[in-house]
Design a protein around this ligand. Structure first.
Ligand code: NAD
Length: 262
């Protein structure tokens, strides 16, 4: 059963929170009482989220900001809006991402490579940097959660640009955890396995997803965004107060069996 009080009074920013994994996290954080600010580039999805989010009986409050997380000025604006609206920042979830260039390495253009790094990795650098500055000024610590992928750990689960960007997220998280620990700021990575979501529908052979759904993973469950949500709530809460620089893989056991989608 969800503990309604665990995140009450906490302010959490979720990038890419208008769809998929981010949206499921937003739902869970609201249920646990948090004030949530969603930054996303998709205006229609933000409007839909505002209209339909169901927080349950212990729901926190939701605000949305249209922004492009690859742009430093947009990240600063997102966080400024958060402070204006709720007065505090306790947790930053750098979740927004793109499947990016999925073509073979030898056909990947410089433009595709750069765009993928900007949306998946530069955004995490910017979100970590500016959230940490605010948390350091507040002087009460905080939690930063960065979203990578099993593609960071395997050559068979994503395109070259995507996999490299997500490996960068894991590395950046470790450096940030070391440099920010003295300020009681925890920085952790959540690594989703392959899930049935809008992102994978755009990039992965539907037959591959169907096979996963048929139970080819060690756990006989087709991964969905909702399976990630408790991990976000855990890292946003004091339950993870002694955990930093770690990588939590939520993949139904895929990594253990060396999943290869190609
Ligand atoms: P999704 O496409 O459903 O959601 C991504 C969200 O990010 C969307 O709302 C989109 O509008 C937003 N976004 C994209 N570019 C943006 C930008 N420049 N600025 C602001 N917002 C932007 O995808 P998802 O499956 O929910 O993926 C969320 C995260 O999880 C991503 O970082 C993705 O790489 C990672 N991931 C997903 C899977 C999976 O199977 N779905 C697996 C591993 C990792």
């Amino acid at each position: 059963m969800t503990d309604c009080k665990r995140l009450s009074g906490r302010t959490v920013v979720v990038t890419g929170g208008a769809s998929g994994i981010g949206e499921a996290a937003v739902q869970r954080l609201l249920e646990e009482g948090a004030q949530v600010v969603v930054g996303d580039i998709n205006l229609a999805a933000l409007r839909r989220l505002e209209a339909h989010i169901q927080g349950g009986s212990c729901a926190g409050r939701l605000a949305v900001v249209l922004c492009d997380v690859s742009q430093e000025s947009d990240i600063i604006r997102l966080l400024r809006h958060t402070i204006e609206k709720f007065g505090h920042l306790d947790c930053m979830i750098n979740n927004a991402g793109t499947g990016g260039a999925f073509e073979p390495l030898i056909e990947t253009s410089v433009a595709d490579w750069d765009r993928t790094q900007a949306v998946n990795l530069r955004s995490v650098f910017l979100g970590t940097k500016h959230a940490a500055r605010i948390m350091m000024r507040q002087g009460e610590g905080g939690s930063i959660i960065n979203v990578a992928s099993i593609a960071a750990m395997s050559g068979g689960a994503g395109g070259a640009a995507y996999s490299a960007s997500k490996a960068g997220v894991v590395s950046l998280t470790q450096t940030a955890a070391v440099q920010l620990g003295a300020h009681n700021i925890r920085v952790n990575t959540i690594v989703p396995g392959i899930l049935v979501s809008p992102l994978t529908h755009r990039n992965v052979d539907p037959e591959g997803l169907k096979n996963l759904a048929a139970g080819t993973l060690p756990l006989p469950i087709a991964g969905e965004s909702k399976h990630l949500a408790p991990a976000f709530a855990f890292f946003a809460s004091d339950d993870s107060r002694f955990i930093s620089g770690t990588t939590l893989v939520v993949d139904g056991g895929a990594g253990a069996m060396g999943l290869n989608l190609y």
